[in-house]
Design a protein around this ligand. Sequence first.
Ligand code: NZQ
Ligand code: ZN
Length: 387
Amino acid sequence: MLDFTFHNATKIIFGRNTEKKVGEEISKLGKKVLFHYGGGSIKKTGIYDRVVESLKKAGVEIFELGGVKPNPRLSLVKEGIELCRKNGIDAILAVGGGSVIDSAKAIGIGVPYEGDVWDFYSKGKKVEEMLPLGVVLTIPAAGSESSGGSVITNEDGWYKRSTNSVNMRAKFAIMNPELTFTLPNYQTAVGAVDIMSHVMERYFTNVKNVDFTDRLCEATLRTMIRNTPIALKEPENYDARAEIMWAGTIAHNDLLSTGRIGDWATHGMEHELSAIYDIAHGGGLAIMWAPWMTYVYKHDIERFAQFAYRVWDVEPDFRNPEKAALEGIKGLKEFFASLGIPVTLTDAGIPDDRFDEMAKKATEDGPLGQFVKLYKDDVKKIYELAK
Ligand code: NZQ
Ligand code: ZN
């Protein structure tokens, strides 16, 4: 196990009706609040009205900015920064999923910064400060409610890039599993894939003697494997929705990466897909995992065999770990397919004519991945395997 510092200060407020506390919580962070949200689901589901009521009760001044698209865009971020500066806004409330939260984080780091906010995403500029952020989560998936990450798409060239900092964690996240009852099955499924992906990116590590976090990762994956099909069949099953929602936060709040180094190549390859083809992030991940695993499993057959035994209940066969490793990969792909989402590029309607460009963009800042380093040609071969 490697040395580590773990500090996650996001206050989690979890359970039924918790969104009623949003006014009280955000008023501790500021008096002029940017209320940031997406394309309108919160109005259809009624969360919008409940949030506004709670904010009004708390006496905060509300400035609204809706319209965040999935795979959030830089242009709206810039609009948000201007709005905040013009009105002296001192706190941000994101009501939605990863896209809204990431857009809110980008606005929050852009306001105090004199240069172009894209510098944080493209030039590796370090984030020193962010306007205080509160979250009401409506979809468990990206884990942004307590991660230090933000992913933004720059329409100029369709670059999807991320930035990370401990200074970018939300101050609080309100998580009511009932708010996720209205998710269409597709969003539930791709959200589950993203949650599982955050665990697997951490699981495939070269660091030895990480038994405790291995077991935590395996438990999180098994929780998702058990509860996602239930939520798809019974969208209003509170218990299944609650398991998924909490697993989604734990998957990406950095607890599971303590003492180990994660890989993250699959996320890198996926971001090219969602940048160019504007598909859901989890939808792209569902396609990229099995090809990545097939390409790299020989690097550590024992780890892939352990994944197969402990996560996919493959019968242990210690004389033939390679066979078990391959069965584990098959188990994962079959599980994703069972959620009713495409697991190949062809099924997702994505053509094969831009692999070279995507592989080049994905490796522009250096090779992808820590478990196995992937250069442009490797990435291109993995896109080929994903066809
Ligand atoms: O926009 P609205 O109308 O609100 O609809 C949204 C959107 O269309 C809908 N939705 C959300 N809650 C709903 C609902 N529909 C019905 N009922 C509800 N309760 O769901 C759609 C998807 O929302 P989005 O926020 O895009 O989903 P997600 O949470 O999966 O976020 C994806 C973004 O997060 C990034 C991804 O790359 C992608 O851009 N990620 C962010 C990370 C981070 N900050 O740490 C890490 C992740 O790996 C990921 O890269
Ligand atoms: Zn992700």
